[in-house]
Design a protein around this ligand. Structure first.
Ligand SMILES: *Cc1c(COP(=O)(O)O)cnc(C)c1O
Length: 431
């Protein structure tokens, strides 16, 4: 029987007979083995996205540093390492993970607006490619720590290009005037002068990250119209070691009907924007590499009607997937079994005690019954990595599908995990 592909040619899911498969593996079988809710990732989709991006950028000297916060599981990090990726990290915890997954220091760039003394030390211990510095205070601290260690820290300055970008939610716009990220554009010359005067700082690059889910090169072009001339000015100020331009992440995927980033146009725009600048480009895609690879498998618990609304209660909640509650995000939701049946307009909600706990509102869904499995699509990025234990709910299992096989890559938490760090007998101290 031929496979019917859901929605488009690259879909991670296919329907064979009346059931849904990921890369040849039955989602029913995975739910049976791993339980629900469970995140299920397609290795093939991650490889496809990485290869596409790398191929499109062939003409631009570049490195792809996966943004670990999108999906941080060691197996996903190892998969990407095998493809040639480096990583972009935003915490000491992500540095630790990346090292455990086998990344060398030189595969790592360290971003983030509030690095601690400890994290800066750890970055220098690891020998990271560079630290993206976001303020003058951070620059001074990195200089002091590196000097104490008798080393020179490789630093890229994160510049806020102060461009207005059109991304779907204000929480994922990060490059506008007044944002907490980066060095305000008007201060950059001053901070560069400081960096050049510091004995334990080597200014190796400039960095930006202007937002997420950006479907065209236009916002990058707007930023580059400010960053390009800046690179020339900084070189003229004596920064001979400037080698990298880190353009951050932000490449878009399709959740509903949005256009994904047109990679050929993006690559052409990037090639034009960096022509003659003499820099190598670092990209930090997270969502683009991981989002489409993942589905959340969840089971219907109950149905009810309330105040004229049809409510479908499932076993996944906002603690498992917070994007709908936090960003108003849309995720396609479909039954795993594809029987022909009527459609209802429903709210799909979880068991958490919050009205904000929903996976979808006012959604047309085939008439599903308690016990049925549903897929919530495009959750590979910012899904499990944002999961919490709210309502003392153990975090779900994570499963990787590869080449007709599947493996649990993160066990479902159990109740004992919930209280593991809590003390039974208190050790009172008097300060
Ligand atoms: C979150 C983040 C990224 C990844 O963004 P995506 O939209 O997932 O590509 C890259 N760089 C930095 C500094 C980030 O904070």
């Amino acid at each position: 029987m031929g496979a019917r592909i859901l929605s488009d040619d690259d879909s991670t899911l296919s329907v064979v007979g009346q059931s849904t498969y990921m890369d040849g593996v039955s989602l029913e079988a995975i739910a049976e083995a791993a339980g629900t809710p469970a995140y299920v990732y397609s290795a093939a989709t991650i490889r496809r996205q990485y290869t596409r991006l790398a191929n499109a950028l062939a003409a631009v000297p570049h490195r792809i540093h996966y943004s670990v916060k999108a999906c941080s599981n060691l197996s996903i990090l190892r998969l990407l390492k095998g493809l040639g990726a480096g990583v972009d990290i935003v915490s000491g915890g992500e540095l630790y993970r990346s090292r455990v997954a086998g990344y060398e220091g030189s595969d790592i760039v360290f971003s983030g607006v509030g690095k601690t003394h400890r994290e800066i030390n750890e970055a220098l211990d690891a020998g990271v490619l560079f630290i993206n510095v976001e303020s003058e205070g951070e620059l001074a601290l990195v200089n002091r720590i590196a000097a104490e260690r008798g080393t020179v820290a490789p630093v890229a300055l994160r510049v806020n290009p102060e461009v207005t970008v059109d991304s779907p939610h204000e929480y994922i716009r990060t490059g506008e005037k007044g944002d907490k990220f980066g060095i305000p554009f008007d201060d950059v010359h001053h901070v560069v002068r400081s960096a050049l005067s510091m004995p334990a700082i080597s200014l190796v690059g400039l960095d930006m990250h202007i937002g997420s889910q950006l479907s065209t090169f236009d916002p990058f072009a707007a930023a580059m119209s400010r960053i390009g001339p800046l690179i020339r000015e900084i070189r003229a100020m004596g920064a001979d070691s400037l080698e990298w331009l880190d353009i951050g992440g932000g490449l878009a995927v399709t959740y509903d009907e949005e256009d994904p980033t047109d990679l050929n146009r993006f690559a052409a725009g990037l090639a034009e924007a960096v022509a003659g600048l003499g820099v190598r480009v670092v990209l930090e895609p997270g969502r683009f590499l991981a989002a489409e690879s993942g589905v959340l498998l969840t089971r219907v618990l109950f149905r009810k009607r309330s105040g004229g609304r049809n409510i479908v209660i499932v076993d996944a909640a906002m603690n498992d997937l917070i994007r709908p509650s936090l960003y108003d995000a849309f995720h396609r939701i479909e039954p795993v079994a594809h029987a022909v049946r009527g459609v209802n307009t429903v709210d799909i909600v979880g068991p958490v005690c919050e009205s904000g706990d929903f996976l979808a509102l006012d959604r047309d869904l085939p008439d599903v019954n308690p016990g049925e499995l549903l897929t919530v699509s495009t959750v590979g990025a910012y899904g499990y990595s944002m999961a919490s234990n709210y309502n003392s709910r153990p975090r779900p299992a994570e499963v990787l599908v590869d080449d007709g096989r599947f493996a649990v890559i993160s066990a479902r938490e159990d109740y004992a995990d919930l209280v593991r760090l809590e003390q039974a007998a208190l050790e009172w101290r008097i300060p």
